[in-house]
Design a protein around this ligand. Structure first.
Ligand code: ADP
Ligand code: GN1
Ligand code: MG
Length: 369
């Protein structure tokens, strides 16, 4: 599909922003969608902004189902937030429909675009600059899970089938290695062996689900620190964004993906691996905050298995980055050659660190059961 910029004029004309559009530029650090910020200039007040996104055609095959999920979830969250005295317009995303009243706009080449009002007065962080900030994100993701406790899970579409099916992710890696379509396998033998040596781990959470030890819940499934907008005034987690993967899932995965991304002090694509280390203190800070936000919704078994969520989300993400590198970077946006391999290497380092600190992680969560 062509560059998203090519369709901007057409797409901007399809929405009524309530005032003239004065510009639209690329925005944010997401790996999946094409995101733009749209500036408008109302006559009587200052600039109003919107987020315009082309949903990734590589990731999302059914934008109709995806938007049905998002509209259902944002309206439900809006009602829950309003009824507890919260600010619906800032604490939950709102979908701005195109002029034709559809949930999203389809451009002349079939690309699917949506708009949200920009949530002002917020900051989107790429690394946990302070433990307080990380804790605030944990409370927000825990609360998100609690707020959606009563959501009718059976009405949700599976926007990406097998999304956190770690067994399936490993099988796809094996297939990419066997095909070696770009001859890249020789560069990443060490990383491939690292993943293969952990084949049995890939089944741990899935087996617990199959055995009825872990419950299926409505989960976010992509709980990176940069998927929560922090209130610039209060420093608290305000609005959970990136709802593309809200689906039935495991609470330990929501916990784990936050640890993967946030409980260290380096970028996801850091090349100097000596800088990539699990911060056990941040693990504890996040665990306490996530459980506080979840307000008693997690079972003892879920709490016991939180370290598994951290390890498996990190291993799985490493497997996904590696697979994408082997097939030619088709899924995760890259800004330089080798970036997905670098991302894979940071994940391997973090998994190894988690293994080295396993007893400490288990002791931390045991305190909260
Ligand atoms: P991706 O799936 O590519 O990660 P996101 O939905 O996370 O896309 O959006 C990318 C970035 O855009 C976010 O990290 C955040 O900085 C910004 N963003 C998204 N929605 C909003 C919003 N409603 N208000 C303010 N910023 C937003
Ligand atoms: C993607 O969309 P974004 O950038 O928040 C990906 C996650 C990965 C993450 C790795 C829909 O998240 O699953 O964990 O990159 N999202 C999707 O940074 O695949
Ligand atoms: Mg995102």
């Amino acid at each position: 599909m062509a560059q998203a910029e090519q369709y901007l004029n057409e797409v901007l004309g399809a929405f009524d922003f309530g005032a003239p559009v004065v510009g639209a530029i690329r925005y944010g650090a997401g790996h999946i969608n094409d995101t733009f910020v749209v500036h408008t200039q109302p006559e009587t007040c200052c600039c109003r902004r919107f987020i315009l996104q082309r949903m990734s055609p590589a990731a999302f095959k059914r934008p109709d189902q995806l938007m049905e999920n998002i509209i259902g979830v944002t309206e439900y969250l809006g009602r829950e937030i309003a009824s507890s005295g919260g600010d619906r317009s800032r604490e939950a995303l709102e979908v701005l429909r195109p002029r034709n009243g559809a949930p999203y706009y389809t451009d002349t080449d079939g690309g699917a675009w949506r708009v949200y009002p920009f949530v002002e007065g917020t900051i989107c962080y790429q690394t946990a600059e302070t433990p307080e900030l990380f804790a605030a994100s944990g409370r927000a993701f825990g609360r998100f899970q609690r707020l959606l406790q009563g959501y009718p899970a059976a009405t949700l579409h599976e926007t990406i089938p097998h999304f956190h099916d770690t067994e399936d992710r490993l099988a796809k890696l094996k297939a990419a290695v066997a095909a070696d379509s770009l001859g890249r396998v020789k560069e990443c033998r060490k990383e491939i062996d690292f993943m293969l040596a952990r084949e049995a781990d890939c089944s741990v959470a899935l087996r617990a689900l199959r055995d009825g030890l872990l419950p299926l819940r409505v989960t976010h499934n992509d709980t990176k620190l940069n998927n929560v907008l922090m209130d610039a005034q209060t420093g608290q987690g305000l609005c959970i964004i990136d709802l593309d993967t809200v689906m039935p899932g495991l609470s330990i995965n929501d916990f784990g993906d936050s640890i993967r991304f946030g409980a260290n002090h380096s970028a996801e694509d850091e090349r100097d691996l000596s800088k990539v280390n699990l911060d056990v203190n941040l693990f504890e800070v996040y665990a306490a905050a996530f459980l506080e936000g979840a307000g008693g919704t997690l079972t003892d078994k879920e709490i016991e298995m939180l370290p598994w969520g951290a390890k498996l989300m990190t291993l799985e993400c490493g497997i996904r980055f590696l697979t994408d590198y082997l097939v030619g970077d088709q899924y995760f946006h890259i800004s330089r050659e080798g970036q997905n391999l670098d991302r894979c290497r940071t994940q391997c380092k973090l998994v190894a660190d988690m293994e080295d600190h396993w007893d400490e992680l288990a002791a931390i969560v045991a305190k909260y059961r």
